[in-house]
Design a protein around this ligand. Structure first.
Ligand SMILES: [Zn+2]
Length: 904
């Protein structure tokens, strides 16, 4: 899954970043296999013995709280749903083939917000009835008890079709037409039908959808038959799937249009869009086959499903889900009008596509057995997406995206309240919290580090071995690591586990010792400790450390696996004039340079690669959060980075400066900070300007967007220009380059007055264009004036706007110092009404929005507000702990920096 946890215009120091989540498909011969499997299952059902040994009857215990009890498992499902998009309800029937290990008085199933009206079994003399369980479970009671063995349990029910969430079955309106779609990961299949809703249960599924005549119904597999009934409904029967967990089942119903890509490899592939949008698929229609073929080659296993549809959800959020054979994408990262195919859009769309396609093998063909290993799916897909996009288009980011992911992970992981990559999952909150920056970004970085250590080929062999051994089944991290260990004959599992099963960032002190002509690097590791925090226990990792060092233009590399608290790396060629202790910026550890090594790096910074230089700037931020780098040093390095010729380095410098502005600058020093921004980043921002030039490179366009987004709100001249452009844009969309609309409107909002607000509001209500409306919402949430800010945020409760879109635009309020507190205050003041309206984003996630605050009073207010709510809302407890820890850290950093003041 790729989901927009946070998306920022540039990566702020508070570390908010777009996180994507995603998932797989089938090859020749698969349909026959599935058919055979279905026939075998049917034959077994018919001939089923009634008991297999055990005769103790299960006691009708109360409903489970998290996991389904053992003793009953699904063998296959047949589901029939009547889906009229936009209707409130979806009536359905499900037949579950189950196997019982012992006789059952009650069999528990997952069900959430379902009205189950009827239950039956294949045994004429057994009475089945439905027991109300709790929010997540129902019981099917059998009288007499259902004997051990195989049975068919049939249930009739009604599910909801949600208009304000993207969970379970949800409905969307686009250009006057309704569409119904699904999103089941992690635990929302139970909102569509009663089932064994856990990833470890993989079975074939046979879906049948009854839909209004004229609509198109899609699911994971090919259509077997379509029949029009007297009732005006078309019955669409789909081929049985390969074994799938419930969370990968999906369907989509509506007046869909198709862009048929024919066979890609040997797989029938289509882009599926809301009607009228076929022209907006040019990029993905070109890119996705390229990525698909490269992934299939990398895995060395034929695509496992019988077709692949890429489906656009008409909602302008960057989100995607890897449903087997039916990948769904929020339109923001998927569709683009021909003239709005910006460099940024192309990079996001390629990355999301590669991530979701990769899941078809890694996640779908082989699924992790429980949510504690979901990191393996997500970290792997995040990691390989970058690798494959780089293989296809090396010019897209040149390996630098990895470096920002690493930085995002380090920011999150430094907190004592951070999750481990492999964190035990003992509650629904744990499932909810598992889709975070530790799972995606830290997991991907650690995988990349070990791939570097093992070598690309041994790593790939290990992955293939893992997939081959577990195909159509489920697996754990142990299985994965064992395969890597076998393939490489290196102690991968032992070392990898030190990153998997403990939180925290290893900080490695680096010292250069030169005696006569012998040079050695001395290394000492410990956990990175944030300012004012002392770790309760000593922690140690097994770290693949790689250093690059040299004199002049000549450089060498030396590596070691650091298995103890201290270590050494012998260097060749005499005493080097520089040492960079994280070659390529790939390692998940934080070099802490001692002696004069950091200032040597400053003079040799141009011998570093862009990923290395950018990672150094990010690392200085981490060290500043630990209190070991001063605000003066931070600003010094931001100034150095700003003059780099590489976009990635300049953006890392922006991140560093923004971090300083957010956390190290007292309110009273804001004007000084604004001057610093104008002086250091202003010249380049103004030189790039709001008006693109013919022949601008992608780098120039991307840099323009990020630099102007950062500088313009601090620069009265640029801000005035943005407001002029925004006013003109309302009358004529061609006034602003498509890549800059967001930046211009948000800057105009951040610096605008009531007249600007009213103009934006009127346009947001008038426009029919989703993307324009979303940009306008972002701007409406960005006004600093408290009355306007309130009026803007009140739109979240206005039924005229789809809250699923407008909610994601709210981030512009909490991303920026001057509006952060007001945004959080609004959420707290309107909590109940918002919690009812905004069900797409669980309230348990909301404490996170406050994590950029920087005041002891704010921390106390937040704690008091959540005190009685934290247990009610799934996931809230950890989110609150992390927000409170972040606010506390920021408060300490600001007061420490305040003593020295901001000096430019
Ligand atoms: Zn994913």
């Amino acid at each position: 899954m790729t989901e927009p946890r946070v998306e920022a215009m540039h990566h702020p120091a508070g570390a908010v970043l777009l996180v994507f989540a995603l998932s797989p498909c089938c090859g020749p011969g698969q349909i026959m296999q599935n058919l055979c499997r279905g026939l075998v299952a049917l034959a077994l059902l018919v001939a089923m013995p009634t008991a297999i040994g055990a005769d103790a009857v299960t006691a009708p215990a109360g409903p489970p709280t998290l996991k389904l009890p053992t003793g009953a498992r699904p063998l296959g499902y047949a589901v029939t749903l009547t889906v009229a998009p936009g209707d409130a309800k979806v009536p359905g029937e499900i037949a579950i083939d189950v196997e019982l290990d012992w006789p059952h008085e009650v069999m528990w199933l997952n069900a959430d917000a379902l009205d189950v009206t009827r239950a039956a079994t294949e045994l004429a003399d057994t009475r089945a009835s439905v027991l109300r369980g709790n929010e997540q479970f129902i019981g099917i009671a059998f009288e007499p008890p259902l004997p051990a063995g195989r049975h068919r349990v049939t249930l009739a029910f009604e599910a909801e079709q949600s208009r304000n969430s993207t969970r379970g079955i949800f409905a969307l309106q686009d250009d006057g037409a309704w569409y119904a779609m699904t999103q089941f990961e992690a635990i929302s299949a139970r909102r569509a039908f009663p089932c064994f809703d856990e990833p470890g249960y993989k079975t074939p599924w046979q879906l049948t959808l009854r839909v209004p005549r004229g609509l198109v119904a899609l699911s994971n597999t090919r259509v077997l038959s379509e029949t029009l009934g007297d009732d005006g409904l078309t019955t669409v029967r789909f081929a049985e799937t390969r074994p799938l967990p419930s969370y990968l089942v999906a369907f989509a119903v509506g007046p869909w249009a198709f862009v048929d890509l024919g066979s890609v490899g040997s797989v029938p592939t289509r882009i599926v869009v809301p009607r009228g949008r076929a022209a907006d698929t040019q990029f993905v229609a070109h890119a996705y086959p390229e990525l698909f073929v490269r992934l299939e080659t990398w895995f060395g296993i034929s695509y496992p499903f019988d077709k692949l549809d890429h489906v656009a959800i008409p909602l302008t959020v960057a989100f995607a889900m890897e449903n087997a054979g039916l990948i769904t994408y929020g339109e923001a990262g998927f569709l683009a009008k021909r003239d709005a195919e910006t460099p940024r859009y192309r990079r996001i769309a390629a990355n999301i596509g590669a991530h979701e396609i990769a899941h078809q093998w890694f996640g779908n063909l082989v699924t992790t057995a429980w949510w504690d290993d979901i990191w393996l799916n997500e970290a792997f897909a995040t990691w390989i997406a970058e690798k494959i996009v780089n293989q296809w288009r090396p010019d897209y980011d040149r390996g630098a995206a990895r470096v920002s992911e690493r930085a995002v992970a380090i920011d999150a992981d430094a907190l004592t309240s951070a999750r481990q990559i492999r964190e035990p999952v003992n509650s629904r909150s744990d499932i909810f919290n598992a889709f975070d920056r530790i799972t995606y970004q830290k997991g991907a970085t650690v995988i990349g580090m070990f791939e570097g250590w093992m070598g690309e080929e041994p790593f790939r062999r290990g992955v293939r071995r893992y997939l081959e051994a577990r195909r159509d089944g489920s697996a754990t991290a142990e299985d994965f690591l064992a395969a890597l260990t076998q393939a490489s004959r290196l102690p991968v599992a032992t070392a990898f586990n030190t990153f998997l099963n403990q939180n925290g960032v290893p900080q490695v002190e680096v010292q250069l010792q030169c005696r006569a002509d012998r040079a050695t690097l001395g290394l000492t590791q410990h956990r990175l400790e944030l300012l004012g925090v002392r770790s309760a226990k000593a922690q140690q990792w097994q770290i693949p450390v790689c250093a690059r060092y040299g004199s002049g233009a000549l450089s060498r590399q030396a590596c070691t696996l650091m298995t103890e608290a201290t270590g050494t790396i012998p260097l060749e060629g005499g005493c080097p004039s520089f040492v960079f202790a994280n070659a390529g910026g790939r390692g998940y550890y934080l070099p802490d340079y001692r002696g004069g090594l950091l200032s040597q790096l400053a003079s040799h910074r141009n011998t570093l690669t862009a990923p290395e230089y950018a990672s150094l700037l990010h690392d200085l931020r981490a060290l500043a959060r630990a209190g070991s780098v001063s605000s003066a040093q931070v600003l010094h390095w931001a100034r150095l980075g700003a003059t780099s010729h590489d976009r990635h380095v300049v953006l890392a410098a922006v991140d560093l400066a923004e971090f300083a502005g957010n956390t190290m600058v007292a309110e009273a020093d804001r004007p000084q900070f604004a001057r610093f921004v104008r002086e250091v980043f202003g010249p380049q921002a103004r030189a790039l300007g709001f008006t693109p030039r013919a022949g601008d490179s992608d780098d120039a366009q991307l840099l323009r967007r990020s630099l102007l987004g950062f500088v313009a709100p601090e620069d009265p001249q640029l801000a005035a220009q943005a407001r002029r452009l925004a006013r003109a844009w309302i009358g004529d969309r061609k006034t602003i380059d498509p890549g800059l609309v967001e930046v211009v409107l948000v800057t105009a909002g951040r610096t605008g007055d009531a007249a600007m607000f009213d103009a934006f509001l009127a346009e947001a209500k008038a426009t029919q264009d989703h993307l324009d409306r979303r940009y306008l919402m972002m701007a409406l949430f960005a006004f600093v004036d408290p009355a306007l800010a309130q009026k803007g945020m009140a739109l979240l409760l206005d039924p005229a706007f789809d809250v699923r879109e407008s909610w994601t635009a709210l981030r512009f309020g909490f991303d920026w110092n001057p509006t952060r507190r007001a945004t959080n205050d609004f959420i707290m003041a309107n909590f109940d009404a918002l919690a009812k309206t905004v069900s797409s984003v669980a309230p348990g996630d909301w404490p996170r929005y406050a994590s950029g605050l920087c005041d002891e009073q704010d921390r106390a207010t937040l704690a008091a507000f959540w005190k009685d709510r934290v247990q009610t809302y799934v996931g809230a407890e950890r989110q609150l702990a992390q927000a409170q820890e972040s606010i506390g850290l920021c408060t300490r950093l600001r007061s420490a920096a305040g003593r020295t003041g901001i000096k430019n």
